[in-house]
Design a binder for this molecule. Structure first.
Ligand code: ATP
Length: 447
């Protein structure tokens, strides 16, 4: 069952058939995302975030944190260890169940995730595949110098368990009462059988997850509340409604711990695919950790003497995957002054640079004033300072990486104490006095 937020997506033909290629190229060429260890020929679908990528990824995570933690009084954050005890994964069920069905092609010996192919090898086309077998996706390692069973540790495959094992710590230190949430942003690791589609599916990635603990009889209400909240977040940051939908899982698709799950899906160049899963995880996780640890993981309401194990509603999103969706939906080409330009219409909250300060010429006379303008803007916005090439070229370069505003310092600035502010989307230019530039830009960015 799917709920479309906008027009029927089938009516929206892809604007650029080679959009994926363009984004991968742009990401590399402009310093968003590089293939990892490239000087050694790359390293199996791992990626490094470059100067612009690190800024944008931080903005994605910051926008999530702001909406999920900062603007609420019922959600607190944590940052749990990545290297984790096998006891956590035994209790959570990951040691037994966190598997994907693996098949081998008997012809070319490639390995595939059985549920992602249609019975034939995508590499050589052979239908001679082995029976699927369960392949555990967790990265196993050893903590300390001795490699033995007692030192086994795992890199976390999700951030969620950090919230469950710290449930009591958070409850006692913050005195929160259900409904309340614990949020976390950080790296997770899964030994994916077939990483693919650029940063859509990688073995190392970043998640943004929140566990919202509620009285059991309110779980359904909060599940729907979080579906709405999370859809709103993507729309507010610029994903078009026609490329976003909610897909409710059928009963046979639900995880063993969930009574209801819906995915937020984005229309990627290869079709609809998941950005985030929102699940009613019931009291499965707290009960499992209580049983394995012997600790009472419950909430005691002093005023009524009531004791219960909260249910959990979990919105679980991927930061790296979501950044890719923002890049894909922001990309456009148009014509400005008879010249074609590529432009990223990124929301200013997500754009790597919010402002570029551009002295019209590299001549000595303009530099001190340009640097002074940069100094006024740096406290209110993430700024680039570019002095190379013609001003037209520099505007194009900023458009292509999504910088919402360019501030140009020209020779008139020396006379009238004003600069030109150019808007990325409209390309409109207005003159602003230098002593009001910081306030003006801050105002435009605040929205
Ligand atoms: P899939 O079915 O695609 O393997 P999942 O349903 O197992 O994913 P969850 O466990 O619900 O994913 O993880 C929550 C979110 O974390 C996903 O919606 C996705 O955005 C992100 N995520 C999960 N695995 C990866 C990965 N290998 N690479 C990048 N992001 C990922």
């Amino acid at each position: 069952m799917t709920e479309q937020t906008g027009d029927d997506a089938a009516s929206e033909a892809p604007r650029y058939p080679d959009l994926m290629e363009r984004i991968v190229n742009l990401a590399k060429r402009r310093g968003f995302i590089f293939p990892s260890a490239e000087i050694y020929g790359g390293f199996r679908s791992t990626y490094d975030y470059g100067p612009l990528g690190v800024l944008m990824l931080r903005n994605v995570k910051e926008a999530w944190w702001r909406s999920m933690v900062q603007l609420r009084d019922d959600v607190v954050g944590i940052d749990a260890a990545i290297l984790s005890s096998p006891k956590i994964w035994e209790a959570s069920g990951h040691l037994d169940n966190f598997t994907d069905p693996l098949v081998d092609c008997r012809n070319c010996h490639e390995r595939w995730r059985a549920d992602k192919i249609d019975g034939t090898c995508p590499s050589c086309g052979s239908a001679d595949l082995t029976e699927p077998r369960a392949f555990n996706l967790m990265f196993k390692t050893f903590a300390g110098p001795v490699e033995e069973d007692a030192t086994v540790a795992y890199l976390r495959p999700e951030t969620a368990q950090g919230m469950f094992v710290n449930f009591l710590n958070v409850l006692t230190t913050t005195r929160k009462k259900p409904p309340f949430g614990i949020a976390q942003v950080g790296k997770s690791f899964r030994n994916e059988i077939t990483p693919q589609n650029f940063v859509f599916r990688t073995r190392e990635f970043e998640q943004m997850e929140m566990e919202y603990f509620v009285p059991p009889d309110e779980a359904d209400k909060w599940f729907h509340y979080w579906l709405d909240e999370r859809m709103r977040w993507y729309l507010d940051l610029g994903i078009p409604a026609s490329r976003l939908r909610l897909r409710h899982h059928d009963t046979d698709e639900l995880s063993h711990y969930s009574t209801a799950t819906a995915d937020v899906e984005f229309l990627f160049p290869w079709g609809w695919d998941e950005l985030e899963g929102i699940a009613n995880r019931t009291d499965f996780d707290l009960k499992a950790h209580a049983a394995h640890s012997g600790e009472k993981l419950e909430y005691f309401e002093q005023s009524t003497g009531e004791r219960y194990v909260p249910y959990v509603i979990e919105p679980a999103a991927g930061a790296t995957r979501t950044m890719m969706a923002f890049l894909l939906s922001a990309y456009d080409e148009d014509e400005v002054g008879g010249e074609r330009r590529a432009v990223l219409h990124l929301d200013p909250r997500l754009a790597p640079y919010q402002v570029a300060v551009l002295p019209l010429s590299k001549k000595d006379e303009l530099m001190p004033l340009a640097r002074q303008v940069l100094g006024l803007l740096q406290p209110v916005a993430v700024c680039d300072f570019d002095t190379t090439q013609s001003i037209g070229r520099r505007y194009r370069r900023q458009d292509e990486v999504g910088t919402p505003y360019c501030v140009t310092v020209d020779f008139d600035s020396l006379e009238d104490g004003a600069v030109t502010v150019r808007d990325r989307d409209t390309t409109e230019q207005v003159r602003v006095p230098i002593d009001r530039i910081a306030e003006q830009i801050a105002g435009r960015l605040r929205r």
